[in-house]
Ligand binder design. Structure first.
Ligand SMILES: Nc1ncnc2c1ncn2[C@@H]1O[C@H](COP(=O)(O)OP(=O)(O)OP(=O)(O)O)[C@@H](O)[C@H]1O
Length: 251
């Protein structure tokens, strides 16, 4: 279980996140939604301990602030927009970086078990034929899938995803989310993801957290939370009406 208790965090002594409380059970995903700049990435960075925060974050009762960097990497993996800064590695080498949290020494060679996990992760994102290709020769969507494979090879208890589908075509968006949904159920993991596409949230989320100005506006099952009035309030747009009008165009 991931417990986020009364988190305050931000930059230059100004709180962006103001008192967030949320619990995510194993085998479940939580989608964070809200308008641009409301603090979604800042909340993920706090959970990943990339930025300082007040409050506590616990995984299965253990406070993450008591873990060293390497232990933390076995518990939490962040696939973020900022991980798009990359080096000229092959797909295999990039995914292999996910295994170093599990290896004994910083530069120790990876075991055959590690290699199996790396290849399996590459296979799962359907890039096996690209495993020896340099990542700077991939499309944005392929690269995104490489970073997902790296996070899966890292095999943390909690995966944090910051707009994981932003470079993917619709088929790959759905595949990625279906795959993740299955992965967390099969392995009893937790996913916390920022998604902008409310259709995908409606379809895939176990629970939804709506943020605005760093405050939790609503939290619960998608059908309880994605209400017309709430969305109109925070996005300034009648999203349901807009979606229904789009659907009519398809008829
Ligand atoms: N490194 C930083 N230093 C200072 N301020 C920052 C930094 N990163 C983000 N901010 C500010 O914090 C606020 C929240 O940003 P954040 O990236 O968390 O929003 P978001 O909800 O993820 O936005 P988006 O939907 O646009 O990705 C914004 O006002 C942003 O300008």
């Amino acid at each position: 279980m991931l417990e986020i208790n009364d988190i305050y965090s931000g930059y230059d002594n100004v709180d962006i996140i103001k008192g967030v409380n949320v619990t995510v059970n194993r085998g479940e995903n939580l989608c964070i939604v809200g308008p641009n700049g409301c603090g979604k990435s800042t909340l993920l960075k706090s959970i990943a301990s990339i930025i300082d925060y007040k409050g506590s974050i616990k995984i299965d009762g253990k406070d993450t602030s008591s873990l060293d960097r390497k232990e933390l990497a076995t518990k939490i993996g962040l696939m973020s927009q900022i991980s798009q800064i990359y080096f000229p590695y092959t797909v295999y080498e990039t995914v292999a970086l996910g295994r170093y949290a599990h290896s004994k020494g910083a530069f120790s060679s990876l075991s055959s078990h590690d290699r199996d996990i790396i290849l399996d992760s590459i296979e799962k994102v359907k890039l096996y034929d690209y495993k020896d290709k340099m990542i700077n020769e991939l499309s944005g969507g392929q690269l995104q899938r490489v970073f997902l494979a790296r996070t899966m090879a890292q095999n943390p208890d909690v995966i944090l995803l910051d707009e994981p589908t932003n470079h993917l075509d619709l088929k790959h968006q759905i595949e990625l989310l279906e795959h993740l949904t299955q992965w967390i159920k099969d392995n009893n993991k937790i996913v916390v993801g920022v998604l902008h596409d409310l259709n995908l949230v409606q379809y895939f989320a176990d629970n939804v957290l709506i943020l605005n100005h760093g405050n939790v506006i609503s939290y619960g099952k998608p059908e309880e939370v994605l209400k017309e009035e709430i969305l109109k309030d925070i996005y300034g747009l009648d999203i349901k009406k807009f979606m229904i009008n789009i659907l009519k165009k398809w008829e």
